[in-house]
Design a protein around this ligand. Structure first.
Ligand code: PLP
Length: 418
């Protein structure tokens, strides 16, 4: 609690009631009770104007982008490229050509592994990955390592879920090529010192890829300030749609990388006699028709979240976290996993004598949505001797009253299963 309270909450406050009005789904009932949605780290809900962007696109200017000469194609292209510029501003990237649209964080990391990794990693090289990672920042590297023979070294975490920075420094060797680390842990909420980690990696001649899936919804991100070489995030965790995400890459790196997926849009010329030549970035990495409506809606989501203000959202979520932590701490036999100072709005816990799955199912009957399971972070959970936790995670539209409903429901449910 004391550690939690150390985070500065001196930011502008949110008009949460007004924010809630913008999310139609929050008015629904689940099993006859008002929905209390606390599964935001998995997927956040979507404001009306993001939903409206789909209606507008399909109702008014649905057309394939870039290649058309007609009005609809022009309008769709302008909106799509407008989103790229919105993402550039959102991340404070220097150049919108550094913004690649993907299906999500997972595809963004696979892109780096397959395009940059294949061209730059060889047997004996080393890649550093933290134990806090989501599987999507582990498995692509394992798949590639088994082919190319490079070595994956794991940055350890302590009992609070904090990265061991002394161990991190010591893991480097002259063969270290890349650090792959998340900005915020989805399982524990730990905020990693990615700027410091980038500086250390660069001093050692290595690159850094930051998985920002959990950071972009909760705090302002500046890829140039971090000095990230690659930064990935997903639309559906930042009040946007599923099926779209972003890879930011430094232009000079992207330009030097070979394409990953081949097809339309990413070529300059194609010939059976002379082979193919490729488009400039970002198009070189956007083969085929992209998720046009989703990209446009993502732009809308980022404009929405920036308008509300990520500093204010982060501060509000911190209040929710402090309140929730105090409330669940009163429950007998409940243990919180992940107690990093300044952690984000993620509350992971296990309860003696009550399996996470049972808690998740029963609390849903009371209208409360939380996530239970390994959260795609099995190596992390294994260190803590558990295979599943319950996780409540917060967003701008959650209220202190909802936290009380959650805590009460949790107490009731635990009483039922024990
Ligand atoms: N990285 C982190 C930290 C995540 O929390 C998630 C999703 O939970 C992912 C990556 C994968 O994101 P997506 O499934 O949108 O590709």
């Amino acid at each position: 609690m004391n550690e939690l309270a150390t985070r500065d909450v001196d930011a502008p406050t949110l008009d949460v009631a007004a924010i809630r009005e913008e999310f139609p789904i929050l008015a629904r009932q689940v099993h006859g009770r008002p929905l209390v949605y606390l599964d935001n780290a998995a997927t956040s809900q979507t404001p009306r104007r993001v939903i409206a962007a789909f209606d507008d696109y399909y109702g008014r200017y649905n057309a394939n982008i870039h290649r058309g000469l007609h009005t609809l194609a022009d309008e769709a292209t302008a909106a799509f490229e407008g989103s790229r510029e919105t993402v550039r501003g959102f991340l404070n990237a220097a150049d919108s050509r550094e913004i690649i649209f993907t299906r999500g964080t997972t595809e963004a990391i696979n892109l780096v592994a397959n395009a940059w990794g294949r061209a730059n990693l060889k047997a004996g090289d080393e890649v550093l990955i933290s134990r806090l990672e989501h599987h999507s920042n582990i498995v692509p590297w394992q798949l590639l390592a088994s082919e190319l023979g490079f070595v994956i070294k794991v940055i350890p975490v302590d009992e609070r879920g904090v990265l061991d920075m002394a161990a991190y420094r010591e893991l480097f060797s002259e063969r270290t090529r890349l650090v792959a680390v998340n900005h915020i842990s989805n399982a524990f909420g730990t905020v990693n010192p990615v700027k410091e980690m980038a500086a250390i990696a660069h001093a050692q001649g290595a690159l850094i890829l930051v998985d920002g899936a959990q950071a972009t919804p909760h705090q302002p991100v500046d890829v140039r300030d971090i000095d990230a070489d690659f930064y990935a995030f997903s639309g559906h965790k930042v009040y946007g749609p599923t099926g779209v995400g972003v890879l930011y890459g430094r232009a000079v790196l992207l330009q030097a990388m070979p394409p990953w997926q081949g097809g339309g849009e990413m070529i300059r010329t194609v010939s059976f006699e002379d082979g193919s030549t490729f488009a400039e970035i970002p198009h070189k990495f956007e083969a085929g028709t992209p998720a046009i409506a989703e990209v446009i809606a993502l732009g809308e989501a980022l404009r929405w979240v920036s308008g509300v203000g990520l500093d204010a959202i982060g501060a509000w979520e911190h209040r929710l976290l402090v309140h929730a932590t105090a409330a669940v701490s009163r429950i007998d036999g409940l243990r919180i996993l992940g107690t990093a100072p300044g952690k984000a709005g993620v509350l992971s816990f296990v309860v003696d004598g009550a399996h996470a799955q049972d808690i998740g199912l029963l609390i849903d009957q009371l209208g409360v949505a939380i996530r239970t399971g390994h959260h795609c972070a099995q190596p992390l959970l294994a260190q803590f001797g558990v295979d599943a936790t319950c996780r409540a995670s917060f967003a701008a539209y959650n209220t202190l009253d909802e936290i009380d409903v959650f805590a009460e429901a949790l107490t009731r449910v635990i009483g039922m299963v024990r």
